[in-house]
Structure formats: structure tokens, C-alpha cells
Design a protein around this ligand. Structure first.
Ligand SMILES: C[S@@+](CC[C@H](N)C(=O)[O-])C[C@H]1O[C@@H](n2cnc3c(N)ncnc32)[C@H](O)[C@@H]1O
Length: 290
């Protein structure tokens, strides 16, 4: 990421979450009414004018092709992680840590989880600055979020747990850490340091949800590489699925679930949508403290 520029990929995925409002009801798995607020004037104007009428407009504006696939993927990814958080909270967990939070608005969207659930958001300073400015400007309720600006590549991750303690995180109580849409942009050393850092702040009963790309796709998918590097955030890292379990286990986590995009689509979408040409290199894994 460029040091002084908010993340463009964060804006892209937040907008895609918001655009989910234009999908037919059967394919809508989550609602993010704030997703488009982080964009520029044109996107915000579209949001204000069109989203309230999405139900009526969607037969005309219904996205198709790559755009539809991207929006559907954000529905799936968000829903899987929302479900992991809901399961964690149902089991008694009360701390949600969003690493590379971007314009994730779970602290606002998931208000039904209970007022005692705390959200800790760690992100690159430039992205977090923009996010907080937009939350204030749009009066988006985010009272349950506590913020920490951190550059994973430039600041020592070993110091992150102490810094989180400074904003109220309790490392002796369980935490669910959500690492959504971040691993592909980090270097291998930042990945290793991040996982060790998450382990050191994860008490027994903690969970760790990770979205990742298969390494071969990071290496070979030219269209995707071109797209994200044009956004200024080149892709750098992936695992092969068979490696992830041992990799996490060496760092104190047990892999309990690891699904790819088509598997998640079949699990959550109606048949007409589940058969869209989803790509199998995008994956979501869940690990617990071993
Ligand atoms: C694709 S966005 C995902 C945002 C959010 N998790 C979501 O899914 O909506 C990638 C996020 O990684 C963050 N990021 C990338 N490199 C980073 C770094 N070196 N330090 C801190 N955050 C970084 C960006 O600021 C951005 O918020």
C-alpha cells in the first residue's frame, strides 16, 4: 500500500457489499447499508438516489458477468464470517478483532449481537483515517468499535497485543480475529508475524478466520494481478490448501474448516446462483486455539 493513500481494494469490496442490495432477494445474504458511503461523490450519489429503490430497480440494474460474481462473492464471504462471529458470540465470546478492517462495518451492522460485544479494528493509518472521517460525516453508528492504526509491514507485530491492551482488549478472554481480504497483500514475513501475534493475544476458546488465495492463483492469475496492482496494492501471498493446516498448527492454531468459493456458494446460494462460474482459488478458513 502507498503510505499516505487509503486502500482502494477496501473501497472496492465495501462498494460491492453495498451493491448487494441490487441482487434478487434469494441471492441476498447480508445487507451493508453503509458500504457505498466510503466512495467518491458519484458512488455516494448513486447510493442515495438508487439504493432506496433497489427492489424496484434491480430487474433493470441487475449486475451481470464479473460484476455480479464479485458482488455475489462479497455476499458469501461476508455471510460466512458473520456466521462465524455469531457462533463465537453464542458460545460466550465477546471480543471481535478485525485485522486490516478496511471499511468493514460489522461494528454497526451486527448490533443485534449484544451491547457487550466489543469490536477492535486494526488497519493501515491512511485507510483508518478515511474510514473514521466517513463514519463521522455520515453519522454511521459505530460506538462499539475501538480503533488502532498499524502498518503490518512497517511496525513490529510483536508490539500489537500490548497496543491493543491499551484500547481495552483483554488477552485473557477469548477473541475471534477476522483477517478478511488481507493475506494476499502482505509479504511472507508479515504473514508469519501476524499469525504469531494473533496467537499471542488469543486465549483458550478463541477463533481465527482467514480469507486467502491459493498460491498458484497469486502467481498465475494475470487478470487479477493486473487489476489489483493498478489499484496500487500488488498481490504477494497465498497458501496451497494442503499447507495451511500444518502452517497454522506450527503456530498454535488448529484448522477446523477450509472451504473454497464454489463450496460456499453451493452451501448458501439457491441453485440458480450456486452454479455461476465461481473460481476455486478463493478460500475461507477457520481455526481455533489448539
Ligand atoms: C481488500 S481490503 C479488505 C478490508 C476489509 N477487511 C474487508 O474485507 O472489507 C485490504 C485491507 O488491508 C489493509 N492493509 C493492506 N496492507 C496493509 C498493511 N501493510 N498494514 C495495515 N493494513 C494493511 C488495507 O488498509 C485494507 O483495509
Amino acid at each position: 500500500m502507498k503510505a499516505d493513500r487509503p486502500s482502494s481494494t477496501a473501497l472496492f469490496v465495501a462498494a460491492a457489499r453495498g451493491l448487494g442490495a441490487f441482487l434478487p432477494e434469494s441471492a441476498r445474504l447480508i445487507r451493508d447499508p453503509y458500504g457505498m458511503s466510503f466512495g467518491g461523490p458519484a458512488l455516494r450519489a448513486f447510493d442515495k438516489l438508487a439504493t432506496p429503490f433497489a427492489e424496484r430497480l434491480s430487474p433493470r440494474l441487475r449486475p451481470s458477468g464479473r460484476l455480479e460474481l464479485g458482488i455475489l462473492w462479497l455476499q458469501l464471504r461476508t455471510r460466512v464470517l458473520d456466521d462465524y462471529i455469531a457462533e463465537f458470540v453464542a458460545a460466550g465470546g465477546r471480543q471481535v478483532l478485525l485485522l486490516g478492517a478496511g471499511y468493514d462495518t460489522r461494528a454497526s451492522r451486527l448490533s443485534g449481537l449484544g451491547a457487550d460485544v466489543a469490536f477492535f479494528e486494526v488497519d493501515h493509518p491512511a485507510t483508518q483515517r478515511h474510514k473514521r472521517a466517513v463514519l463521522a460525516r455520515e453519522k454511521i453508528p459505530a460506538d462499539r468499535a475501538r480503533y488502532l492504526a498499524w502498518d503490518f509491514e512497517a511496525q513490529p507485530l510483536a508490539a500489537l497485543p500490548n497496543a491493543l491492551a491499551g484500547i481495552g482488549h483483554d488477552a485473557s478472554a477469548p477473541t475471534i480475529t477476522i483477517w478478511e481480504g488481507v493475506t494476499m497483500y502482505l509479504t511472507e514475513s508479515a504473514i508469519d508475524a501476524s499469525i504469531r501475534c494473533v496467537r499471542s493475544l488469543s486465549a483458550r476458546g478463541s477463533a481465527f478466520a482467514i480469507t486467502y488465495f491459493e498460491r498458484e492463483a497469486v502467481r498465475d492469475n494475470r487478470w487479477m494481478k493486473f487489476f489489483v496492482s493498478r489499484l496500487g496494492e500488488p498481490m504477494r501471498f497465498g497458501w496451497q490448501p494442503s499447507e495451511l493446516g500444518p502452517y497454522l498448527s506450527e503456530r498454535g492454531f488448529e484448522l477446523v474448516r477450509d472451504e473454497n468459493q464454489p463450496e460456499i456458494a453451493r452451501r448458501l446460494l439457491p441453485a440458480a446462483y450456486a452454479t455461476r462460474p465461481f473460481t476455486s482459488f478463493r478460500r475461507i478458513a477457520l481455526a481455533t486455539v489448539a
